[in-house]
Design a binder for this molecule. Sequence first.
Ligand code: NAP
Ligand code: HSE
Length: 428
Amino acid sequence: MTTPLRLGIAGLGTVGAGVVKIVRQKANLLADRAGRPVTITAVSARSRDKDRGVNISAYAWEDDPVALATRDDVDVLVELMGGSDGPAKAATEAALAAGKHVVTANKAMLAYHGQALAEAAEAAGAALRFEAAVAGGIPVIKALAEGLAGNDITRVMGVMNGTCNYILTRMQSAGLPYEDVFEEARKLGYLEADPSLDVGGIDAGHKLALLAAIAFGTRVNFGAVALEGIERITIDDIRHADHLGYRIKLLGVAQMTGRGLEQRMSPCLVPKHSPLGQLEGGTNMVVLEGDQVEQIVLRGPGAGEGPTASAVMGDIIDIARGARMPVFGVPAADLTQATSARTTAPAPYYLRMALEDKPGALAKVATVLGDAGISIDRMRQTRHEARTAPVLIVTHSTTRAALDEALAAMTGLDVIAQPPVALRIETA
Ligand code: NAP
Ligand code: HSE
């Protein structure tokens, strides 16, 4: 009789309940694939009485996730509570200190404490796995850390927040304003408890920082991600972009350059017929580029019970099989502290602003752009009845530094009624 792998599951919400269901419904399949039974011995959540949609009466109950993490009959803590600190971090640290493996979907915790937790796991000889933390059901960490281990990774990019992609595509398809679709997303339960994590680009930034660490062998540095959310995107931006042949996506890009590690997460225009442009709803897409493979594109569900629990189970089965590897692909002590760099690669930019409707207003803006060395490709002033005029400008390729210089100068102009929204146009 082979020894079972015994799980302690902390958190029985969307993902936790999904994991319990898979363990119960697919016991034979999991045992075959893992080479040993996978069982649950104990669970923890805030409320003991809540209906979880799955029978948990056979498992021991712990009110305290730290107590769950250190039980003698638990081999793996499955941390599915969320939150960068608090009980999630306390339980993870306690499990690792006790030499137990940890599987988590918690990108926030790893974005802030990934280095310390990786060091703790490796010192204890325990696994710390987090496939579910990035892009839900897409096995992107496995692809990057294992499948592409023979490559120098040159760039990682993609759409990694399903909620933002849902909001942006729904605005496009239904012609609805941001505020209406945001409310719709809230009613559908898509938004994080703190919605700014989604629409502020923070959740996607956490994910990008984790991928960058694995891709480039660097310490997780979420603080260095240049972050911009989707809160200022209006239905007019969606329509203008469509008219120009683009879709707006919250796009993350990480690449190592001679100047350092670039990490940015911001709304960008991408060609509407490109794979990224065609990405609908809550779907995620991650593009991995390596010197040997050129480009790998992974696409799939970025959130939800089934997809996220699927990723958690993949990690659990790896642990049951005895697979061990450094948390971020190379030993934590060898991860380098990369210099962070801002993007210098030039690109065209989309600018939308409101100007006071008075003589010379447009000329002042054009002068500011010209002074920063930015050439205008296209410009359009749409019809208006109020005292401000909506203006759309598409620049020729320019650097972010030049654009920032122009944006700063514009704030001093007496004709700017509403600060510009500036979106990079990604063509490559
Ligand atoms: P959720 O539905 O809100 O569930 C959270 C669970 O944690 C609940 O069962 C809650 O207990 C429990 N919990 C919270 N605080 C606790 C505490 N102090 N002590 C004990 N239990 C506590 O969250 P979720 O959507 O499943 O997400 C879980 C994790 O997966 C998060 O890190 C999230 O970022 C990550 N993730 C989620 C998705 C997704 O699609 N949902 C996708 C990828 C990653 P009660 O039920 O009793 O309140
Ligand atoms: N809030 C996240 C999203 C959940 O919308 O992608 C999955 O990480």
